[in-house]
Design a binder for this molecule. Structure first.
Ligand code: GLY
Ligand code: MN
Ligand code: MN
Length: 450
């Protein structure tokens, strides 16, 4: 399977029509960007395989997101796209003769007829199809250079394209829903494995089995954290041995559909009533934050609102006995929520363009004191973002809090009890609509499984 088949059956009509409209939209964006930058054509390298230093083992291939924006191909190094005003997009498709590896299959599927397709056997055979007259904007990594076709990544062209990518087409929303559906199914399998007392490695394996993806096909490394490992925000290992007691599971794991990612986090406890009260309070807070995803809302305000929510939870649970304003003024909530409320989602799990002031570039600043926020734009219909509040018991940050005047207002015995559970994060993928409540891709996916 090369062109990554859709895991959800669509009527051919719907998929075809959505994809055709998606390509028309990309063509329109590209012509606009080329015109602004004074270029005649856009060349996009799919990317090249990279090898470990002094070794012949390749890393997992990561396609250029500009390439997979146009074609549902994620295992295709050395191929190229050529986009020109008034022309059908050209795809130079490299299909080597190779008996060491599985080469890409002959191109087929719903997408093929939209391209002027040129199949070549060797990467260098693509060159004559790229050497076009005029000024060329060439998008790719430096090592994708082929002869005189050297990536120049002009910002005048990339900026408008990156800015536009935040707003998804109907085709992209369909792929993101599929990725959510796969992820939700696998999350339920992981939760069952946790309840069976399995190790992190076994929970991870249950996740992969349920979504039918190999590790190499995940949009990011799964975070599968039992107990205090949940306090490591990007916990990167999976213990082979189950702990003596499995108190909590925080799993942050997504899936891919045709190059589009989901990014989902769920936290499950063992029935401890205090921890469950914390999870329930976070769930309610997260849903209120999701509901703020509306056209015209400054995403920075959702981030700031998340700190007020965390202050409320800390007070409600009796973890910190201060009023909420005082907690915010003294930065107490940042001890417990030391990351941003979320980010753009799409072809990349942290999609590009989160800080862009406009299509010409420029940066919208993060709020003072919030260095880890990844999205500062005003929300528009069609933007897909994550909403992922967390509340963690991170020893390093708690030690710092202990040295402040606020420490006297902290119930340290309760912190010790909850610290054994690591923390809570709940993360949904949410699409902003023209009006009214947002579409919650993640919750819809879980609901469909019920
Ligand atoms: N999985 C990484 C994140 O939630 O941003
Ligand atoms: Mn995320
Ligand atoms: Mn995540």
């Amino acid at each position: 399977m090369n062109a990554v088949d859709s895991p959800i059956r669509q009527t051919a009509d719907t998929l075809e029509a959505l994809y055709a409209a998606h390509l028309a939209e990309q063509q329109r964006h590209t012509e606009h960007a080329l015109h602004r930058g004074g270029y005649d054509a856009l060349l996009i390298a799919s990317g090249v395989e990279k090898f470990a230093f002094l070794d012949d083992r390749p890393y997992v291939f990561q396609p250029n997101p500009h390439f997979k924006l146009w074609v549902p191909l994620i295992r295709h190094p050395d191929s190229w796209l050529v986009i020109r005003p008034g022309h059908r997009p050209r795809l130079v498709y490299v299909q080597p003769e190779d008996y060491w590896h599985v080469p890409p299959e002959a191109p087929s599927g719903f997408w093929v007829d939209h391209f002027e397709l040129i199949v070549v056997r060797k990467p260098e055979e693509a060159l004559p199809y790229l050497q076009l007259p005029g000024e060329l904007a060439i998008v790719g990594e430096a090592d994708a250079a082929l002869g005189d076709i050297v990536p120049n990544n002009p910002p005048e062209v990339l900026n408008p394209l990156h800015h536009a990518r935040a707003v998804k087409t109907g085709y992209e929303l369909l792929r993101l829903r599929e990725a959510s559906a796969l992820g939700a199914k696998a999350h339920l399998a992981a939760q069952r494995a946790f309840r069976d007392g399995r190790s992190e490695a076994a929970i991870h394996a249950a996740y992969l089995r349920a979504c039918g993806l190999a590790e190499r096909d995940l949009p990011y490394g799964n975070i599968v954290a039992l107990n205090e490992h949940a306090a490591v925000l990007h916990y990167q290992y999976q213990d082979q041995r189950a702990p003596a007691q499995s108190l909590s599971l925080l799993i942050d794991a997504g899936a891919h559909s045709c190059g589009y990612a989901s990014d989902i986090t769920r936290t499950t406890g063992n029935g401890d009533t205090t921890f469950q009260a914390l999870v329930d309070a976070m769930e309610a807070a997260q849903l209120r934050l999701v509901d703020r995803v509306r056209a015209g809302v400054d995403y920075r305000d959702i981030h700031l609102a998340s700190h007020r929510e965390i202050a409320g939870v800390l007070r409600q649970l009796g973890i910190v006995r201060m009023d909420e304003d005082a907690m915010l003024a003294q930065g107490v909530t940042s001890t417990f929520l030391p990351h941003g409320i979320g980010h753009l989602l799409g072809l990349q799990v942290h999609d590009v363009g989160g800080f862009m002031a406009g299509e010409d570039g420029g940066t919208i600043a993060k709020p003072e004191g919030h260095p880890y926020l990844r999205l500062t734009r005003v929300l528009q219909p069609g933007m897909v973002v994550t909403i992922e509040p967390g509340l963690y018991f991170i020893p390093m940050l708690l030690d710092k809090l202990r040295a402040t005047p606020a420490a006297a207002q902290v119930d340290w015995a309760l912190v010790k009890h909850l610290g054994a559970f690591g923390g809570v994060r709940i993360e949904d993928d949410v699409a902003c609509r023209d009006a009214g409540a947002p579409e919650n891709l993640t919750r819809d996916a879980f609901a469909a499984l019920d």
